[in-house]
Structures are given as structure tokens and as C-alpha cells.
Design a protein around this ligand. Structure first.
Ligand code: CA
Length: 437
């Protein structure tokens, strides 16, 4: 850890110093924003309720001492060029931004604020990166066991689970940023095992609470990434909602896995938190049961065992249309923690590249639904309502087995630890706006 993590550090952007702020000076996540009326995105850093225009700070010489390639990467309208640089470059930029924003900096704040700060309420957030490829894992053993038990009661956890970080190739074209409304997809479903399928809107629309991580420097086709080096290839983390149509999924998933039940939309939060910002919240990887096998050697490193876990509190809120018209807050459906994942992000990344598959800067890897042992830590409605058998009661008097049109799903994530400043991910939200037809 370094001076950017000091919990006593404050910013001259006062909104960043509020204890419950997601974006204090210790966080400094990257994103792509536009001022209203602008057509091209710019690289921004979140600070309090403001966005710092990074390239503006460089061109105005508020920030200097960066290499030409770093300056060039900061002019881009995606984070990909920054992601492809070495992790030491990301760290240097973070240090410079921290130095600029700290309270004891003697620069003329009024001029800097006027030129390079944009209120979040005035900014439009774009996708942080041009996502070339998207892979979704299945890294929570609690989720895998709960869901497996519903689809295959006699055999919930397949024998490969404790050896292979299971995943599938998702679709990047339908990844959208927080706030984009989601259409209820059409698809084939069957009402009973003996009846033929029908085509129509999904009746069992669900969310999945996940954490995503962006690949930084990638690997060439045919090359691999050693587990000890995996974190150098991870630019940062965001929140993910992997919207899922359970009835379509049930009919289509065998033998090749998820397809149209998943690829109609995936929502991500706009701010990407660096592993450096998350450093204070690292902890041991998930402790396997003594009867579980050890991972194969290419998925094991002592450092990953000791610090591969990340303590991120993850919450899901639901706000129905009725709740919005009555000005009610969203109701919390679950609260889980990312440290409960069976596989670490390094294991997922290393496994993905272990066959020589090339990962590229801007690729998104998602963890799979984050569920814990307790009932209130289950990260999707399929688990929370036991596939509709135990409906949830909302404070508006409504009940839910799955999502209804007009429902808004809001995912929040934050990290808290004694001796360190709380940091947050902001929000990942989306409203179900109605059927395609
Ligand atoms: Ca998923």
C-alpha cells in the first residue's frame, strides 16, 4: 500500500470527504463520460459527486511527468488504450490524480475546478471500454449448488466444479451501461416436459448480481498467463447484472449451455475500480472444505491463496413501478460478499488463458452470481424465491416470484475496513421496460 490509501487523506472536492461517499480520494475509479451535448467520450475519474476530466488536467498541465504513451492513452474515448499499458502506468496516473485532488495541494483550485471538474448530474456515462469479448464464470459454489439443485435435484454440483472455473462465452454487443432500460426478451419455453414449446415473452425474468473485471495487458494467441502474474493483467473491477430468462434457459441450456436466455442484455456499472484502490480490502481466498480437492497446480499460488479474496459487500435493491410512483425507496433483496467466491479472479483469468486463448485489453470477465451461505445473501431471484415457490413480499403490498415490467433492479457494492477509508462502486441499475412485443 502507498500514500494514496492513507485514510486521513482528504480532497479539496468537499463532496468526496463525506463518510458515506462512494468516491473519496482513496478510490479514484476510471470511467468514460461526456458533458451534455458532447458526442465523444472522455476519460474521467470519479471524485465525490464530480468527474475529473483527465486529459484536460494533462493539457492544462495540472498533471505532468507522464510518458508520451500514457498522455496519448488519456486522450482516448475508451479506456482500452490505458488498459493495454503496464500496470505501473495505471498506478502512476492514480498517484498523479491523487496528488492533484488532495486538500494540501497548493494549486489554484478554482481554476482547476472550473476547467476540469464536471458535476456527475451533468455528465452522461458511456461504456468504459470497447469490450471485445465477454466471458461469464460460475464461481460461487453456493450459487452453483442452489441452482444445480433446481435443474438437477439428484446431482446439483457436477464433478468438474471443484477443478474447473466453469464459464461460458457471453456476448459483448448487448452489454449496456447502468441506466439503460431492458426489454423483456421473447423466446422458446415449455410449460411441461411433454408439451411442445411456445414462443413468447419470458415469464421468468431474473437478475444476477455479479462482479466484472476488465483485462488489462492481454496475452498473445498461444501464450498463457501464470497465476503469479494474473493481477498485472487485470485493470479493474465493476458491478454486473447478468439479466437472465429462466424459462428460456431451462429449455435451451442442454447440451451447449446458456445462449438466448442470457445474451439479450447485460448491465455494467460505469466506474472501474483499480486493484490498487481495492488493495486494503484483500483477504484470503475462499477456504475449501478439507474434503475438497486442491486446485491443479497451474491455478495455485501462495500469494493468491493468502490475498486472492476481495471483501466487497454487494447489495441488490428492487423498486417496482408502484414503489416509484409512491416515492418509496428500493427494498433490499440481498446482501452478499465477494470474498465468498470459490474461485479467485486470478484463477478465472489464468484458467481462461491456460489453453492459449488470447485475452485482449478491454475484455470483460464476470464472476457469475455472487451468493453466500445465508439465505439473504443469494444473488438472484431464482435462488431467493426458490424458483417462485417462496414469493417475496414488497413494502408496496406487491409480491414477486420473478421480475415484473416496470421493476428497477439496483446493484450496489462497497468496501469497508477498520483503518481504511470506505470506497464504493456506485450503482448498476436498469428498469424492465416491457416486452419486445
Ligand atoms: Ca451469470
Amino acid at each position: 500500500m502507498n500514500e494514496t490509501h492513507d485514510m486521513n487523506l482528504e480532497s479539496w472536492v468537499e463532496s468526496a470527504n463525506v463518510p458515506e461517499a462512494d468516491f473519496p480520494i482513496q478510490n479514484l475509479p476510471f470511467g468514460i463520460f461526456r458533458r451534455k451535448g458532447e458526442t465523444k467520450g472522455r476519460i474521467g475519474v470519479a471524485i465525490g459527486d464530480q468527474v475529473l476530466d483527465v486529459y484536460c488536467c494533462i493539457s492544462e498541465k495540472y498533471i505532468d511527468g507522464l510518458s508520451d504513451e500514457l498522455v496519448q492513452a488519456c486522450q482516448s474515448s475508451t479506456l482500452n488504450d490505458l488498459m493495454m499499458l503496464e500496470s505501473t502506468r495505471w498506478s502512476l496516473l492514480r498517484k498523479k490524480v491523487s496528488g492533484l485532488l488532495r486538500r494540501d495541494n497548493t494549486i489554484d483550485r478554482k481554476i482547476i475546478a472550473k476547467k476540469s471538474l464536471v458535476s456527475m448530474s451533468e455528465a452522461v456515462m458511456d461504456m468504459p471500454a470497447a469490450i471485445g469479448d465477454y466471458t461469464d464464470f460460475y464461481a460461487s459454489i453456493f450459487h452453483a449448488t442452489n441452482v444445480g439443485g433446481m435443474f438437477r435435484p439428484e446431482n446439483p454440483l457436477l464433478p468438474n466444479y471443484k477443478y474447473v472455473p466453469i464459464g461460458y462465452h457471453g456476448r459483448s454487443s448487448s452489454i449496456v451501461t447502468s441506466g439503460t432500460s431492458i426489454r423483456r426478451p421473447m423466446g422458446q419455453t415449455v410449460s411441461s416436459d411433454s408439451a411442445p414449446p411456445i414462443f413468447g415473452p419470458t415469464k421468468l425474468l431474473d437478475y444476477e448480481l455479479e462482479v466484472g473485471f476488465f483485462v488489462g495487458g492481454g496475452n498473445a494467441l498461444g501464450a498463457t498467463i501464470a497465476i503469479e502474474k494474473a493481477e498485472d493483467h487485470i485493470f479493474g473491477l465493476c458491478l454486473v447484472n447478468d439479466w437472465s430468462a429462466r424459462d428460456i434457459q431451462k429449455w435451451e441450456y442442454q447440451p451447449l449451455g446458456p445462449f438466448l436466455a442470457k445474451n439479450f442484455a447485460t448491465t455494467i456499472s460505469p466506474w472501474v475500480l483499480s486493484l490498487e484502490a481495492l488493495e486494503p480490502f484483500r483477504g484470503p481466498a475462499f477456504k475449501r472444505a478439507s474434503t475438497d480437492p486442491s486446485p491443479l497446480p497451474y491455478l495455485v499460488s501462495e500469494k493468491d491463496r493468502q490475498t486472492g479474496g476481495i471483501e466487497i459487500v454487494l447489495e441488490v435493491y428492487l423498486r417496482s413501478k408502484k414503489m416509484r410512483t409512491q416515492n418509496m425507496e428500493g427494498v433490499r433483496l440481498s446482501r452478499g460478499n465477494f470474498r465468498d467466491m470459490y474461485w479467485t479472479i486470478s484463477q478465472m483469468l489464468t484458467h481462461h488463458a491456460s489453453n492459449g486463448c488470447n485475452l485482449r485489453p478491454g475484455d470483460l470477465l464476470a464472476s457469475g452470481t455472487v451468493s453466500g451461505k445465508e439465505k439473504d445473501s443469494r444473488g438472484c431471484l431464482l435462488e431467493l424465491t426458490r424458483r417462485g415457490a417462496e414469493p417475496l413480499q414488497l413494502p408496496s403490498g406487491e409480491s414477486r416470484k420473478f421480475l415484473a415490467d416496470g421493476d428497477e433492479v439496483i446493484i450496489r457494492g462497497f468496501c469497508e475496513k477498520k483503518g481504511f477509508r470506505r470506497i464504493g462502486f456506485g450503482e448498476c441499475r436498469g428498469v424492465v421496460s416491457g416486452s419486445l412485443q
